[in-house]
Structure formats: C-alpha cells, structure tokens
Design a protein around this ligand. Structure first.
Ligand SMILES: [Zn+2]
Length: 530
C-alpha cells in the first residue's frame, strides 16, 4: 500500500494498535476456501454473516483456531450465533479476538473439515462503514495488516492463503465490487440485491475485500485479455475515469516485464481506505482524494498495480519480510516511470528515495527485515525506499537483463504462494550465478547505511581518494567516482571493504573536480561537514 498524510496515519495508529496486536499466528490449520455471505444495510451498521470455511489440519488438534474480533474498548464486536463442524452444532470459545471451535472428534494431520459460523455485529475496524466525501453511505474493506478478523472469521496471517467468495446482500442502490469475477447479480425484491464474487486464486486475508457504494463503473479497456474497470463515486465519474485510465497501460507494462497477471480482472476503486492506496487483489482501493481530474496519480496506480505481482500473488511469509511487498512495489514503480519518462526520471526518484532512507536512518535503528510485532511500525522508509534501493543496487551489480530475469523467476516460482527474504536471495543467486549472501545480509539485516567522509589529493599525476565509513557497523560496496580533468572525465570504482579505504589512480591532465557516486548507484550518506 501507499501511505497517505502522516496525521491520518497517526490517528489511525492510535485507534487500531490494540486490534493489530491481538490476532495471533496459527499454524494448526491451512484454510482452503472461504465463503462469506454477508448482509449489509442502510439503517444499521450491524452486518450479518455466514462464513463457510474449508479447513485442512496440519497437525493433531481438538479445536479449530480462528481469528474474529471480540468485544473491545469501542464496544464494537462480532458476536457468534452458532457454529457447526461437518454439519453438527458444536461449542466454541470467543474471546481476545480468537474463536476456538471445538471439534467433535480429534482431527489428524491431513484431515479436512467444513466449519460454518453464523455471526453478526458492528465491525470495530477492517470494514469501514461511513459516509464518503459526497455524504453518501459506503462500505469498504480495509484489511491490512491483520484487520480482516474484525469483520470476517479467518486465519488472519499472510502465510495462510485461500480461495474465496463473497455473496453480498445489500440495498439495491449499491454497486458491489470484490476480488475475482462477478458470477451472479440479481434483485431479491424491490429493495434488496444479491451480488456474488468469486476468486479461485489463493489470497492472503490482507487483500480480501468488498466495496459497496453508489459507483459509476467504466470499462477502461483490456490489458491483453484482462478487463480493466474504474469504479468511481457517481459525482466524480468524469474526473475519475480520466485519472484511472492509465491503469490499463501500467498493467500491460508489468505483465510484460514480470510475467502474466495473476487474476481475471483489475478494478480500480475510489474508496475510503485509510491508506493512499491498498493493493486488494484484482480490486485496488485508492483514497478518495486520488480523483482530481488532473491525472496526477500515475505512480500511485503503478505502485498498487505492481503489488498485484508482489504482495498479492507472491506474498511475504510474514510481515518481517514486508520489503518483498513494499520495496518491490516502490522499485517496480521506479522501473515503470523510467520506461515511460527516461533515465533522468529514475534518477530523480532514486535521489528522493535515498533522502527518505537517510532521514529514517537518523532516527531509527531498525533493519529492513524487522521482527517487530507492531506491523504498523513497518510502514517506513526501511521497508519501502531502502527495499527499493537494495533492488536498485542488485540491478547495478548484475545488469539490467539478469535483474529482470531474477524478478521474473521469483514471480514464476512463488506466484500463488509465500516467499521469505531467503527465498529471494536464493532466486537471485541462482539466476545471476553470483554469491549474494553478504550483499543481502548487510543491507537487509544491518541497520543504517554507509555514512562516508571522502577526500582526494592530486599529486604527481596521481589522485589519491580516501573513504572513511563513519556509521556504527561497516559495509562492503563498490563506490564510483567521476574524475573531471581539463580534457574530459572518467569513472573509477573503489571497492570499499573496510572502515577506511585508500586508492590511487593515474591522471594525466589537471584534475578539476571529483564527483562521488555520479550515477546514483549507491545508498549512502555524505558525512556532515563535507
Ligand atoms: Zn505498497
């Protein structure tokens, strides 16, 4: 996802932190499929649900551990009405956002069961029921990182991916958008409409979604065989259709660069997500203000569309590997912008991203792979911009063609599955035939970036360049210097392997200037006072 203004995020952090920390990882089950039948209404925020969950057991167990919001300080919660397993009513315990469903008989590893949960309540979070900027009532799912359980009984972790369907009964004036394809829509009576969406590809809960609003819907065309649509508030439709139309070309670009798009359609949706954009699979939600009519959201569209490959199809095994989503989406956006607007645009973006990493490193000691259990803390320059810079340095090291093949291979191997940082390192080593462990280890697991003091001395047709790393732990990296002389300029590389490195190069002409990292290839900070 992409962040919106900081003030909004802070307000959001305060209201949701308690929820985020409650969902626990569960490894006893592997959910195969979710069918969520939900009724939403105009006169109440209470939703009524029936969740039919196909579960496979991974070990001997007496109960099915699920996540579902229980009573919290806001007073909003889901109340379970009854639960059946294999068609028989069973007992359950529902507290601390956990729903433990008792099994009639102990399940063995490899067994399967169908559990059906009837429930109702006002979601404390995860499904945003509110009014949009035109004062119209709307419903928008917003599950990241683990807020799905606030309105859906589920195994709310990125590692348990499942197919799903949403069957929504709503007042007939709403248009309903969701993951997958719409298989049915019919009026139940004069005022109620049923809409059925189904996704066969396995999704993590963080990108499962519904949206209900008075949308205007436009066909933006096809990217290959994939239909691309724009879902815009009626009042905003002309501007929105214009702003979101670029999505088709972006989808085409990534389908060529990375590999085939994984889902059957792409809907781009104006919404009430608390993020700038949220990469729900096949149904991306963008913040309301993204619609302006001036078409300035191209890089936001690109970021969320890139997530369809990395984040959605290839999902991090857990949130400590978030850079595999956010660093990838950030850098693939850079690559897309470079393809459309040229190398100078890439360079401009990289400098901006590097500045964000520098600012972050000055106040935080967190590495990219960060084990914090406060997932909201991970929405930082380490996951996004430093992750992107690691990919940029990898690309410089292996070359454009090999880099592209690494990205393609990672997608091919893990599409529909989960991957860790170690999985990506293995892919990069395999495709490049290079040993990359130490490169990744220092950038992913070591906090900070190189802070370099450098100087040069031109003596007797030689230039001596000295670099000194000032940060806590030293890094190894190649660093380019451009030597500008009276008769032209040339590039020299210093391989920095220790805290202080001294190299000398011959110069025939009078040296006018030395420029460090002239091609913006290194994530570094110039020591202060230089
Ligand atoms: Zn993102």
């Amino acid at each position: 996802m992409r962040l919106i203004k900081i003030s909004v995020l802070v307000a959001f952090l305060i209201t949701t932190l308690s929820l985020v920390s409650y969902a626990q990882n569960t490894t006893a089950i592997d959910v195969q499929h979710y069918k969520f039948e939900l009724t939403i209404a105009d006169n109440t925020d209470t939703i009524k649900g029936t969740a039919t969950i196909s579960v496979k057991f991974l070990k001997h167990t007496r109960s099915i551990p699920l996540d579902l919001g229980s009573i919290n300080s806001s007073g909003k919660s889901m109340q379970v009405i009854n639960v059946t397993v294999g068609g028989k009513i069973t007992s359950f315990e529902h507290s601390n956002d956990k729903l433990q469903v008792q099994l009639p008989v102990i399940a063995k590893a490899g067994d399967s069961q169908i559990v059906i949960i009837q429930y109702k309540g006002v979601p404390a979070d995860g499904l945003i029921i509110s009014k949009n900027l035109f004062n119209k009532r709307t419903f928008f799912g917003d599950n990241w990182p683990n807020r799905a359980h606030c309105w859906l009984p589920c195994n709310d972790i990125p590692a348990d991916k499942a197919s799903l369907e949403f069957i929504i009964t709503a007042p007939a004036h709403y248009s309903i958008v969701s993951n997958g394809i719409q298989t049915e829509q019919r009026l139940l009576n004069d005022s109620l409409k049923l809409t059925h969406w189904k996704e066969d590809v396995l999704l993590p809960t963080k990108v499962m979604v519904i949206g209900a609003a008075d949308f205007a819907v436009s066909d933006a065309g096809y990217a290959g065989t994939i239909p691309v649509t724009s879902w815009i508030y009626n009042e905003d439709k002309e501007q929105g259709f214009h702003d979101y139309a670029k999505a088709k070309d972006i989808l085409k670009y990534f389908s060529t660069y990375i590999g085939p798009y994984g889902y059957k359609k792409l809907a781009n949706v104006q919404s009430k997500t608390i993020f700038g954009g949220m990469e729900n699979a096949g149904a991306i939600f963008y913040f309301e203000g993204s619609v302006s009519g001036n078409g300035r959201v191209e890089d936001l569209l690109a970021h969320e569309i890139a997530h369809q490959w990395f984040g959605d199809m290839v999902t991090e095994t857990n949130f400590k590997h978030l850079w595999l989503s956010e660093g990838f989406a950030t850098y693939l956006t850079d690559v897309y912008i470079e393809s459309v607007y040229g190398t100078d645009s890439l360079r401009h973006r990289l400098i901006g991203e590097r500045n964000k990493v520098i600012a972050f490193a000055e106040k935080s000691n967190a590495p990219v792979v960060d084990t914090t259990s406060d997932y909201m803390q991970l929405l930082n320059a380490s996951s996004y911009q430093k992750g992107a810079w690691i990919l940029h340095m990898l690309r410089n090291m292996v070359g454009d063609a090999v880099f592209k093949n690494i990205i393609r291979e990672q997608y091919k191997k893990f599409a529909g599955k989960n991957a860790s940082s170690e999985d990506f390192i293995a892919t990069a080593e395999k495709v490049s035939h290079k040993k990359l462990q130490s490169f990744f280890k220092q950038w992913l697991y070591q906090p900070g970036i190189p802070v370099i003091a450098w100087k040069y001395n031109a003596v007797k047709k030689n230039v001596v360049i000295t670099t000194v790393q000032q940060q806590k732990r030293s890094f190894s990296f190649p660093m380019e210097f451009l030597l500008v002389t009276e008769k032209g300029s040339f590039l020299k590389t210093i391989v920095v392997k220790s805290r202080s490195t001294i190299m000398s190069f011959p110069v025939k002409e009078k040296l006018l200037q030395v420029i460090p990292d002239p091609n913006c290839k290194l994530l570094w900070q110039q020591a202060s006072g230089q």
